[in-house]
Design a protein around this ligand. Structure first.
Ligand SMILES: NC(=O)c1ccc[n+]([C@@H]2O[C@H](COP(=O)([O-])OP(=O)(O)OC[C@H]3O[C@@H](n4cnc5c(N)ncnc54)[C@H](O)[C@@H]3O)[C@@H](O)[C@H]2O)c1
Length: 456
């Protein structure tokens, strides 16, 4: 994308694991009138979830003094007790940070005005009708605007529709008398973190940034550049917001395509993973995506709906994206159909059959059930009278769509399933209980070593 703003790459200053100065570092506020304002913290993070907490830890490790704000007492207690679901490297950082006097976590949003920069990382889910639910983001932004003081830098990082930063930060700030770019800086920088994935350090993932003004962009790049090695400035807030929507819509469309190829290959008797693996040897013009039981988490099933919702207002149709999102959404139903077919081949009806789902989180090695296809699959099976069970060491229990709580089994061998459904293949999953005659529906397509394996 072309840019009409001069945006030199900002290389992060060398990281140091301990703060070297007691004074907040205000080097990222050069353009503001109120640049001499004294702050207690370099940065406040609003929302200490899968995105906010690692961001807070990266900034702290880079030498920033950090105030973490979360409305959930439960979340704050989980963090304080060292029980947050984090990569090992972040767990170590958290243990260090909790000992440091320049890292504070709190539920008191009034303290936001004591931070030179505020980064908003709160959830942006969709409702059951697949409409963006902006209530959390609206209230978090209102809280930040209410606490805003001249001299601050405000950065929104939650995934959202294009124009949201202007609607929820720039406009209310200006209505309250702060001139953006003169009194206060505002930017949007989409988060790209991949929880559970330690192949890419947070510091090594380039950050895309859009500013309300050129000065806002430079300020945001300077702050985020304290830990991220590469900055990529774009022409506006809206371009930065749209970049995130493109990234996740790209993934959604390609996953839908991979699912269709899996169905085509199954019908033609061709192993789809052979085909994808072979295509992936092409060094340009192809990127592998893999079929599965559906998509979960807070990104792919949700983010493209922010775009579709926005475009509906403009009466613009984007049939490729709409089709991809429908295909993805109906995938768990396809899994249940395949369970029915597989059981029927063995003379068993769905009603009364025993089905054990292995791995229920939405992706391997994270304790995250949000939007997991497993919840829908288990709920549909239960509604058909199937005896359901699941095996996933990350979750002692889970709630089905109708609110029913079910307990996981720690001894899958005692469940005596008619069919095992491999939904999520966590590293180190114990398969020693699997008998040679146990049939496994492998929705991951990756376990060719399983003896009695069927595919979606
Ligand atoms: N999880 C991911 O893989 C990922 C990756 C990239 C981008 N994102 C985006 O980042 C954003 C945050 O996602 P997440 O996964 O970290 O969410 P999360 O649910 O893990 O955490 C959000 C935290 O915000 C807190 N919160 C809610 N309202 C608040 C408020 N008003 N003030 C302070 N705290 C508040 C919640 O208590 C929670 O602890 C979303 O927009 C998401 O789409 C997520």
């Amino acid at each position: 994308m072309s840019t009409n703003i001069a945006t030199p790459s900002v290389v992060a200053t060398p990281r140091h694991e301990a703060r070297t100065t007691d004074q907040p570092d205000l080097e990222f506020l050069p353009n503001l009138v109120a640049r001499d304002h004294q702050f207690d913290y370099d940065v406040a993070i609003v929302g200490l979830g899968y995105v906010g907490l690692p961001t807070a830890l990266s900034l702290h490790a880079a030498g920033a003094s950090v105030l973490g704000i979360d409305v959930s007492e439960l979340r704050l207690a989980t963090i304080r007790n060292g029980e947050a679901d984090l990569l090992r490297s972040d767990q170590e950082r958290l243990a260090q940070a909790m000992q440091a006097d320049d890292f504070t976590i709190s539920g008191d949003s009034l303290q936001l005005s004591t931070a030179a920069a505020v980064i908003v990382c709160v959830p942006t889910p969709i409702d059951p009708y697949q409409t963006p639910d902006l209530s959390i983001l609206r209230s978090a932004c209102a809280m930040v605007v209410n606490a805003a003081v001249p001299g601050q830098l405000l950065i929104l990082t939650s995934t959202t529709y294009s124009g949201c930063t202007r609607d929820l930060l720039v406009t209310p700030l200006e209505e309250g008398g702060l001139v953006v770019g003169r009194d206060i800086n505002v930017a949007f920088s989409p988060e790209r973190i991949d929880p559970g994935n330690d192949r890419f350090a947070h510091e090594d993932v380039p950050r895309v940034v859009g500013g309300a003004t050129e000065g806002c962009l430079a300020a945001a790049e300077a702050l985020l550049g304290r830990y991220a090695r590469t900055m990529h400035g774009v022409s506006s807030l809206e371009a930065a917001e749209m970049t995130k929507l493109l990234e996740n819509t790209f993934r959604a469309v390609n996953i839908a395509l991979a699912n269709e190829f899996a169905e085509a290959c199954l019908a033609l008797g061709i192993p789809v993973m052979d085909v994808i693996g072979a295509a992936a040897t092409k060094p340009y013009g192809f990127m592998p995506f893999y079929p599965g039981a559906g998509v979960g988490g807070h990104c792919i099933p949700c983010d493209p709906h922010y775009l579709l919702w926005q475009l509906r207002k403009e009466h613009i149709q984007v049939p490729v994206i709409e089709q991809a999102m429908s295909e993805i959404a109906r995938r768990p139903r396809r899994v249940v159909e395949r369970i029915l077919e597989t059981l029927a081949d063995r003379g068993k009806p769905l009603d009364g059959a025993r089905v054990l789902v292995v791995g229920v989180s939405y992706k391997p090695d994270v304790a995250d059930l949000r939007e997991s296809p497993a919840l829908e699959i288990l709920s549909m099976l239960a509604a058909h009278g199937t005896e359901i069970g699941y095996y996933d060491p990350f979750f002692k229990s889970l709630r089905l769509k109708d609110g029913t709580e079910i307990l996981g089994t720690s001894e899958p061998g005692l469940f005596h399933p008619d069919l095992v459904v491999l939904h999520t293949d966590h590293a180190g999953t114990d398969w020693s209980w699997l008998g040679p005659d146990d049939v496994v529906l492998d929705t991951t397509y990756r376990r060719s070593d399983l003896p009695q394996r069927v595919l979606l």
